[in-house]
Write a protein that binds this ligand. Structure first.
Ligand SMILES: NC(=O)c1ccc[n+]([C@@H]2O[C@H](COP(=O)([O-])OP(=O)(O)OC[C@H]3O[C@@H](n4cnc5c(N)ncnc54)[C@H](OP(=O)(O)O)[C@@H]3O)[C@@H](O)[C@H]2O)c1
Length: 262
């Protein structure tokens, strides 16, 4: 399958580990040039180095905290300066902490808004003008199965990510005329560092072992296992590619069948 991604320039945010890192690898495997960001420099540089060695593509890196709007805007400018274009933007970051509703403070709500909703909006605002110049673009948000199936103890994610859906649909409507397609991928339980943190926190809350928590999760998944980051990354590649050229405003669940609705 020719994805048409060779020589495209793709920003992947939150890409030093986990799902963002896997998405970066998968886009590089298709020949895309990359601009990666995260807060921690060491892991980011390790990821960039591995990608350059393996795929021989150009990789630009910058330490960016996606809660800092000015930093995102500067990053986009730097990426455009480096490559002369921005074709694809994958928004991603860490997730909000697991909290029950009565535990979540105003600070928690503001933090979740900034990390998981505002950052996606600011990335979109920063990259859309470059995409409009070429009348081609792909914005892909990485959110969560919580957009379809709210999860216990994840009220911050359950509520805030619903806003990402509103953003994705709005951008798809407004910028379709510019050839910019905007979609969301929603991972179910996928084996990353973030998931290990969640299983530890849930195990502590329930007084159970992490293995028991993971077993309860996998029992809800028809495929009977956690996802692999590469499986989410393949969905990102497809949505970024020419093979998904009539798809916009959608959410693609990558959850092994965990969401049971129609
Ligand atoms: N894994 C799952 O099962 C699962 C399921 C549903 C939804 N999700 C969601 O998918 C997203 C990615 O999950 P993951 O499992 O890949 O998480 P992860 O393993 O914790 O990786 C998060 C990545 O984002 C970066 N990051 C975190 N905060 C950032 C910030 N403020 N600014 C810039 N970069 C930041 C991290 O690097 P630094 O820490 O160095 O910044 C890291 O590279 C999260 O929003 C998560 O809630 C994951």
């Amino acid at each position: 399958m020719d994805t048409g991604l060779a020589n495209r320039v793709a920003i992947v945010a939150g890409s030093s580990q986990g799902l963002g890192r896997a998405a970066a690898f998968a886009l590089a495997a298709e020949g895309a040039y990359l601009a990666l960001c995260a807060r921690g420099r060491a892991a980011l540089e390790r990821t960039a180095h591995e990608i350059r060695e393996r795929f021989r593509v150009r990789v630009y890196t910058e330490t960016v905290d996606v809660r800092d709007s000015a930093a995102i805007e500067q990053f986009a400018k730097n990426v455009n300066k480096e490559f002369g274009r921005i074709d694809i933007c994958v928004t991603n970051a860490g997730g909000p902490p697991a909290k029950w509703f009565l535990e979540a403070t105003d600070a928690d709500w503001n933090e979740a808004f900034s990390l998981n909703l505002l950052s996606a909006a600011v990335f979109a605002r920063a990259v859309i003008p470059y995409m409009q110049q070429r009348q081609w673009g792909r914005i892909i948000t990485i959110s969560s199965i919580t957009v379809r199936q709210p999860q216990p103890q994840l009220v911050l994610s359950n509520a805030i990510r619903a806003g990402v859906m509103g953003l994705v649909r709005s951008l798809a409507n407004e910028f379709g005329k510019d050839g910019i397609l905007v979609n969301n991928v929603a991972p179910g339980y996928t084996a990353t560092e973030r998931l290990k943190e969640l299983s530890a926190s849930r195990a502590a809350a329930l007084g159970q072992s992490e293995e028991m928590v993971e077993q309860v999760w996998t029992e809800q998944i028809p495929l009977g296992r956690l996802g692999r980051p590469e499986e989410l990354a393949d969905a990102v590649v497809w949505l970024a590619s020419e093979r998904a050229s009539f798809i916009t405003g959608q959410t693609l669940l990558v959850d092994g069948g965990m969401y049971k609705g129609l």
